[in-house]
Ligand binder design. Structure first.
Ligand code: FRU
Length: 494
């Protein structure tokens, strides 16, 4: 049965969503039908199609009572809009249907597992949110909330676990049929932990263990976990709140953390070995992954930063977009990522320049555009070392977004100070890269309102949104000193 709240959201998005012209959205990045989007939810395959749900407030471009929006795709590039899947319409989720996951059941139905938020007053009369885990079952379009919700409450927490910060279940089914869910929680030392639960039927859940805990080392609450094997290792992803910066690896505030280790398949114990950032740009949070039928681990994330989410174009009717889905792999013990290979099918005409000496600022024939897949390789000439090399994109007389490499520091810097946002927010981020034989290779994906940079064949990625007017479509190359560059550029025809 479709509740009044869900019916209202569906009617609203059906009436007003189509008013937003396609040209005012990214060409191939997922956006909300209308209003606000944050975390990806339930990113999974169901009956042969990829489903992507998202944290959704259709009625304004601000965060509000959370619904689940719904998209599907067959190629990670073209997205089909489906009616909203969940609305906060029950006592156990009246204050919001927060993030969660999805899994296909043996009987062919799809199960959504999400955090139900209820508001109550504490002993001092202050409002607080209590979080429990809930499920809804459906056919890929309509979902019925389970009569015995919530399926996990404070009674299922380990000793000292917080019922206020207990959220974001990511669910999957193991080869032996067991369902697992990882869920973020806050421990008595006031920092994050990731809890593991298991179930035979995805309805009745039991606590297994704490997979890993923050102990105030990497931020506070750990949100939006994901847990999966990759190339012989085991990955635990989570998004910490309130971090202090660590070198150039982690910036202050919300980050996305990748813990790499191994997992004993019997006890499900996780042993962390290394820690790295997932993305080095300005806008990346709450990543979630799926396994494709052909065995690829694909990740998508909210391409936004909570701290700058208030800075948006006036009167925009959609806000928030997802990153390009990325294929994950381990190389030399590091988590690496490449744009999904399906993007290559959208490549139009190729423009290639090889061994071009750059000194000062140059524009190369055929190189411009805002919906572009471009790879730039920069190397020293063999003569005097250059001081910096810049790629300017989304450029006109008043605007540009700069990707700058400085060989003396091995740093790459993204600078979107002049990218259309008249707000005094964080506009630059620098991070360490690893040149190979003095060369740095940058694959840059532009899609109208974003720049995603993939460094050295996926060793690192950096994502940032931009709001520069679309007429600003020049791309130039600039060096202090002299460099040699190769540029391979495709327009993307989506
Ligand atoms: C992360 C998050 C989640 C929560 C959701 C609410 O961005 O705070 O922890 O479920 O957003 O919209």
């Amino acid at each position: 049965m479709v509740s009044t709240q869900l019916q209202k959201a569906r009617e609203f998005e059906a009436q007003y969503g189509p008013h937003i012209p396609a040209a005012e959205r990214p060409a191939f990045h997922a956006t909300p039908t209308i209003g606000w989007m944050n975390d990806p939810n339930g990113f999974s395959f169901y009956q042969g199609k990829c489903h992507l749900f998202y944290q959704y407030h259709p009625y304004s471009n601000e965060w509000g009572p959370m619904h689940w929006g719904h998209l599907t795709t067959e190629d990670f590039i073209h997205w089909e809009r489906l009616p909203a899947a969940l609305a906060p319409d029950q006592p156990f989720d009246a204050a919001g249907c927060f993030s969660g996951g999805a899994v296909e059941l043996p009987d062919g139905r799809q199960l959504l597992m999400y955090t139900g938020v209820q508001r109550e007053r504490d002993e001092e009369g202050f409002l607080r949110d209590i979080q429990t885990q809930c499920v809804a079952i459906g056919d890929g379009l309509n979902y019925e909330k389970y009569a015995l919700n919530p399926v996990l409450t404070k009674n299922d927490l380990p000793e000292g676990g917080s019922a206020i910060d207990f959220r974001d279940p990511k669910v999957w089914q193991a080869a032996d049929g067991t369902y697992y869910a990882v869920i973020g929680n806050r421990t008595p030392d006031d920092s994050g932990a990731i809890l593991l639960y298991q179930s035979r039927d995805a309805l009745k859940w039991d606590y297994v263990r704490t997979l890993d805990a923050c102990h105030n080392q990497y931020g506070k609450m750990w949100e939006c976990p994901d847990f999966f094997p990759l190339d012989g290792g085991q990955i635990l992803l989570t998004s910490p709140q309130d971090m202090y910066p660590i070198g150039l690896e982690f910036h202050a505030g919300n980050n996305a953390l990748c813990l790499i280790g191994d997992c004993d398949p019997k006890s499900m114990e996780f042993h962390r070995q290394t820690v790295q950032a997932v993305d080095y740009g300005l806008d990346f949070y709450a990543p979630q992954t799926l396994l494709t039928p052909d065995g690829r681990r694909v990740m998508i994330a909210w391409m936004q930063n909570w701290a700058t989410a208030g800075a948006k174009p006036a009167h925009c009717r959609w806000f928030g977009q997802m990153t390009l889905p990325r294929e994950l792999f381990l190389r030399n013990g590091r988590l690496c990522q490449r744009p999904v290979r399906e993007l290559e099918a959208c490549r139009g005409q190729r423009v290639l320049h090889r061994d071009i000496p750059v000194s000062g600022e140059v524009n190369l024939p055929g190189i411009q555009g805002r919906v572009v897949d471009m790879t730039v390789t920069v190397r020293p000439t063999g003569g005097e070392m250059y001081r910096w090399f810049r790629i300017h994109v989304a450029k006109d007389g008043a605007h540009d977004t700069i990707i700058r490499y400085k060989p003396s520091e091995s740093t790459l810097k993204i600078d979107r100070t002049r990218s259309g946002l008249p707000h005094d927010i964080v506009h630059t981020r620098s991070f360490l890269v690893r040149p190979q034989n003095g060369e740095v290779k940058l694959r840059i994906i532009l899609d109208r309102f974003s720049v995603e940079v993939f460094v050295n064949d996926g060793e690192q990625a950096a994502s940032s949104v931009i709001y520069t007017r679309q007429e600003a479509d020049a791309i130039t190359f600039e060096a202090d000193g002299q460099v040699l560059v190769d540029v391979e550029k495709y327009d993307l025809m989506v």
